[in-house]
Design a protein around this ligand. Structure first.
Ligand code: SF4
Ligand code: SF4
Length: 188
């Protein structure tokens, strides 16, 4: 396993959403195999340490206000506190917010449509009181990445930060031989 830390160069960062979506289809098997590798051969502490560093490096190079793809493709989950604050930001009641814009699911309340009804062009129109789930996305600053790798693979084709962090992880933690062998077998 390669252990040395590398610094991401700006030229290595992919932000084109069409390319990222296309690559996520091409690399689907590779991504799941890498997840299996990480779960079996990387300690939780080591993984968190590398992900957190890559996350810091990559977010410094990506402008979320020029992207907003998460607001178009992913529905955040809101708890009661989020609903009250979000409604306050909109100057409507929590009940009006729920009745007009939300559905209940097993995790809590979510917006009933994508793209998010509060997205205007690439801006959140209620940014100051956006839900915790929106503030935290893509959640790569949190601990216990080892238990959240499924979400990482699922968001790889949506979020440029996730895409670049996962590719950075492959470069640092997967041996070149193993990566070449997976790519040869999947013709990527
Ligand atoms: S509430 Fe704002 S930040 Fe959250 S998904 Fe909607 S537009 Fe995006
Ligand atoms: S968090 Fe990811 S998907 Fe959302 S705006 Fe930033 S780069 Fe784009």
């Amino acid at each position: 396993m390669k252990q040395s830390a590398t610094t991401i160069k700006n030229s290595e960062i992919e932000t084109n959403l069409i390319s990222i979506k296309m690559l996520s289809r091409k690399k689907e098997r590779e991504n799941w195999e890498f997840r299996t590798f990480l779960k079996g051969e990387c300690t939780a502490k080591r993984l968190d340490s590398v992900v957190h560093r890559l996350y810091r490096e990559i977010t410094a190079e990506i402008d979320c206000t020029a992207c907003a793809n998460c607001c178009r493709k992913i529905t955040p989950v809101l708890d009661q506190e989020d609903i009250e604050e979000f409604a306050q930001g909109l100057r409507i009641s929590p009940k009006e917010l729920i009745d007009q814009y939300m559905v209940k699911n097993e995790k809590g309340f979510s917006f009933s449509q994508t793209p998010c009804p509060f997205l205007h062009e690439k801006r959140c129109t209620n940014y100051g009181t956006r839900p915790k789930d929106c503030q935290s996305f893509p959640h790569l600053h949190k601990d216990d990445m080892i238990g959240r790798l499924m979400g990482v693979v699922e968001n790889y084709g949506i979020c440029p930060i996730v895409f670049n962090v996962y590719e950075g992880l492959k470069r640092e933690l997967w041996s070149r031989r193993r990566l070449d062998s997976v790519r040869a077998s999947t013709s990527v």
